[in-house]
Ligand binder design. Structure first.
Ligand SMILES: Cc1ncc(COP(=O)(O)O)c(C=O)c1O
Length: 485
């Protein structure tokens, strides 16, 4: 259905004299405001505030809120930068006054409940990772990567070792090489083989005494478990390097495999992809990291510790890389992850992964004849189809398909990533979607493929904004309204 609601700004909707509130009679002595404010501090004219009725304002914001797609309103099969459903129970818990109203500058004695929650969460994240120590400070997955690489750099410095290279498979998320460079390393790409796995020949040729860290995503961005992970870890360790796991895809292996057991020395979690935390649009997130014991001294401070009298913040880590985020991290997001984990328990988390894998494979089976999936053997939580055939047959590209899906009420999948698949359409349904939703999504793709090319190429036809220049939209945002041309 076409969305014809007004997107005018409040200042454009304004009409002189229109009012949305009535102020009651004064119950305090009247003050002459003009006389009370010195002339030099007074504005020459009243501010040009919009004049609106309450209904104008309610309708304006309600309409705006429906122009965007969200997990709460639409199926959101965005692969890789997945947004899982945020259960409302967790939102309510995080909004309880005892959680919401505490301040990090309160005395520790009055924060015992919050500190206990954080301490428990550190333990849970260590257990799921199969690693020894956790920092909850990083505010997003990418910051977790950077933090762990700074920890690795401090570790090598402490040992008097000079290692300058970080190896990153070409299928990795763009944040991996960016984090490596930000941490002062040189990022070196490793090719993928014909099955979408790390190319072992290329890897062997690039591991040397300069190798500090191999950053690996497992399951990788094709949704496949790196079969050779134990051998990869052995090779890197033998050369004195460390294994970093981009743990963004833990949603596929909860309760089935632990990164520490398959060779990872450090990792980050993406709670928004695995533990239902909110994130996205650059908003607050969390990217806690877990590391092996030998890296613990270098973790950010403060750490939450337990002692006989209760819980406190421990700053006494002379080798620490210091703070990477104010206070203890984005506690509200961590709290939601904690609520999610405690609600489901270990068995429930293992079920999450089973259903995530089941849903992805069900959709894969429905779609593989429409969008061939070049690397589908052993697909776990997500898969990457290719619109290449469709594009050469009818001119409909991955981007056209993604845009047209909006008209059918579906958020677009990730497109053009990973770069190892041409015209990539990366789909991750997550575990919460019903069979009916998955069927409807596959039906929509089938219908779109049968539609006239021009119609699809001009999509979306129902969205408030059609096809913005994506680079300009990201790089030159105009976030403030001004009356001046
Ligand atoms: C594989 C992978 N690595 C890293 C990240 C970066 O995480 P964030 O967006 O929290 O910085 C993502 C994004 O979700 C991801 O999918």
């Amino acid at each position: 259905m076409r969305n014809t609601q007004s997107t005018n700004l409040l200042s454009e909707l304004s009409r002189p004299g229109r009012r949305g509130a009535r102020v009651g009679a004064l119950d305090v002595p009247a003050v002459d405001v003009v006389a009370a404010i010195p002339a030099h501090a007074r504005a020459d004219a009243p501010p040009a505030l919009p004049e609106l009725s309450e209904l104008d304002i309610v309708r304006h914001y309600t309409n705006l809120s429906t122009l965007n797609m969200s997990v709460d309103s639409h199926f959101y099969p965005l692969g890789s930068c997945t947004m899982k459903y945020n259960p409302k129970r967790n939102e309510r818990l995080a909004a309880l006054p005892g959680m919401l109203d505490v301040h990090p500058y309160q005395p520790e004695s009055s924060l015992q409940g919050m500190l206990e929650m954080l301490w428990n969460l550190q333990g849970i994240f260590a257990e799921i990772a199969g690693l020894d120590a956790v920092s909850l400070q990083p505010a997003a997955g990418a910051q977790g990567e950077l933090t762990a690489l700074l920890v690795a750099a401090a570790y090598f410095r402490d040992r008097g070792e000079v290692r300058s290279n970080v190896l990153v498979p070409t299928s990795a998320h763009g944040t991996n090489p960016a984090s490596a460079v930000m941490a002062g390393f040189k990022a070196i790409g490793i090719e993928s083989d014909a099955e979408g796995m790390v190319d072992m020949v290329d890897l062997r040729s690039k591991i040397d005494a300069q190798t500090a860290v191999l950053m690996i995503t497992n399951p990788n961005t094709l949704g496949l478990f790196e079969r050779n992970i134990v051998e990869i870890a052995r090779l890197v360790h033998e050369a004195g390097g460390l294994i970093y796991l981009d743990g963004a895809n833990m949603n596929a292996i909860l309760g089935a495999a632990r990164p520490g057991d398959f060779g990872a020395d450090m990792m980050h979690y993406n709670p928004h992809k695995t533990f239902s935390g909110p994130h996205g649009g650059g908003g607050p997130g969390a990217g806690p990291i877990a590391v092996r014991a030998m890296l613990e001294p270098f973790l950010p401070t403060p750490r939450v510790v337990r002692h006989e009298g209760g819980f406190s913040l421990d700053f006494n880590h002379p080798k620490s890389i210091g703070r990477v985020r104010s206070f203890f991290g984005n506690v509200g997001v961590l709290l939601r992850a904690y609520a999610y984990i405690r609600t489901l328990g270990a068995d429930g988390l293992a079920d999450v992964s089973r259903y995530a894998v089941l849903n992805a494979n069900y959709l894969l089976a429905l779609l593989r004849d429409l969008l061939p999936v070049p690397y589908s053997k052993g697909c776990l939580h997500e898969f990457v189809g290719s619109a290449m055939e469709m594009k050469s047959r009818s001119g409909i590209s991955a981007m056209d398909l993604a845009k047209r899906l909006l008209d059918y009420g579906f958020h677009a999948p990730t497109v053009y990533f990973p770069i190892t698949v041409r015209e990539a359409v990366m789909i991750e349904p997550t575990e919460t979607e019903s069979r009916e939703t998955l069927d409807a999504f596959a039906d929509a793709i089938r219908t779109i493929i049968g539609e006239p090319t021009e119609l699809v190429q001009a999509a979306p036809h129902t969205a408030a904004v059609n096809r913005p220049d994506e680079v300009q939209a990201a790089k030159s945002q105009r976030l403030a309204w001004s009356a001046a041309p």
